[in-house]
Design a protein around this ligand. Structure first.
Ligand code: ZN
Length: 286
């Protein structure tokens, strides 16, 4: 699959090349109801699927981090509805936009710096240590999978990482304390000491191309697993929302854990519509 040029596009029902049309009718015939009747039943069914699986690939969204105090920026009332996100081209073109972007990031630092992995993160880290999970795919930028025990090379970040910075020209990495010292010393957003291009959080902004390497790795992981866990994502944002479908089309079982309905519930083998910490807590340490 070719990476989409623009991230954060909303899925169009039935109008996407990776959408429902390629799920054959046979997949959907004679299906039993898949939404777990209660949390205990869902946990038990999930436990059976985890035990039976050789290769599990989790895909995580904002919902796994809300119990860690990280807000869901896209939710109603979330930061992005009060503070318009700064598109990439504006960041590049405008000193004021770069300064505003960094002021907002510094304001969020107490939240990101104090966040610790939640039960969902810890449960997935347990399965990773047990050798069931080769790598994890995430839409989150909070670094909490790494903090829970995943090696950084085994976290595929579709939207980047906000806990450090990079030069948008040469890619040189910088830590946030360096950015802050330079900002305070000069009164504005710093440029790269190597090539003089702007330094930005290592995230993917609106209008910025999806990271090709992360997209390729996520595609491979989705196509090679036998159990795909979609956790804490409403699965409406393309291209990320295509991964559960890719896994399903390659014969994997699909489990969706989210406290609200998602766009892909009707193709899942199991839906646990509960709090993520509650649903995954029983798997911590197993
Ligand atoms: Zn540079």
């Amino acid at each position: 699959m070719a990476p989409e040029a623009a991230p954060f596009q909303r899925a169009k029902r039935g109008g996407n090349p990776h959408g429902r049309a390629i799920i054959s009718a046979a997949h959907l015939a004679d299906r039993l109801p898949v939404i777990a009747s209660d949390l205990g039943t869902g946990v038990e069914q999930l436990g059976g699927m985890i035990a039976a699986a050789a290769t599990i690939v989790p895909f995580t969204g904002a919902g796994i981090s809300t119990e860690c105090g990280i807000p869901d920026f896209r939710s109603p009332g979330g930061l992005w509805t009060r503070n318009r996100p700064i598109p990439f081209d504006e960041f590049v073109a405008s000193t004021d936009a770069r300064n505003e972007s960094w002021r907002r990031r510094f304001a969020m630092e107490p939240t990101f710096a104090t966040a610790r992995p939640g039960r969902g993160h810890l449960a997935l880290a347990s399965l990773y240590r047990a050798g069931k999970i080769p790598a994890i795919v995430t839409q989150n930028i909070d670094n909490l999978h790494q903090a829970s025990g995943f090696s950084a090379e085994h976290v595929v970040e579709l939207h980047g990482n906000t806990t450090y910075a990079r030069c948008i020209g040469c890619g040189q990495a910088y830590d946030l304390p360096w950015v802050r010292r330079r900002f305070e010393a000069t009164g504005g957003a710093p440029d790269c000491t190597v090539c003089d291009e702007p330094v930005k959080t290592a995230t993917i902004s609106f209008g910025q191309a999806m990271p090709e390497d992360a997209m390729r790795r996520a595609t491979e992981l989705a196509q090679q697993c036998d159990l795909f866990l979609a956790i804490g994502s409403s699965l409406v944002v393309w291209p990320a929302a295509g991964f559960p479908l890719m896994a399903k089309n390659r014969g994997a079982r699909l489990v969706i854990i989210n406290n609200e309905a998602t766009e892909q519930d009707d193709i899942a083998d199991l839906v646990i519509r509960n709090d993520i910490g509650e649903a995954l807590g029983p798997f911590v340490g197993n």
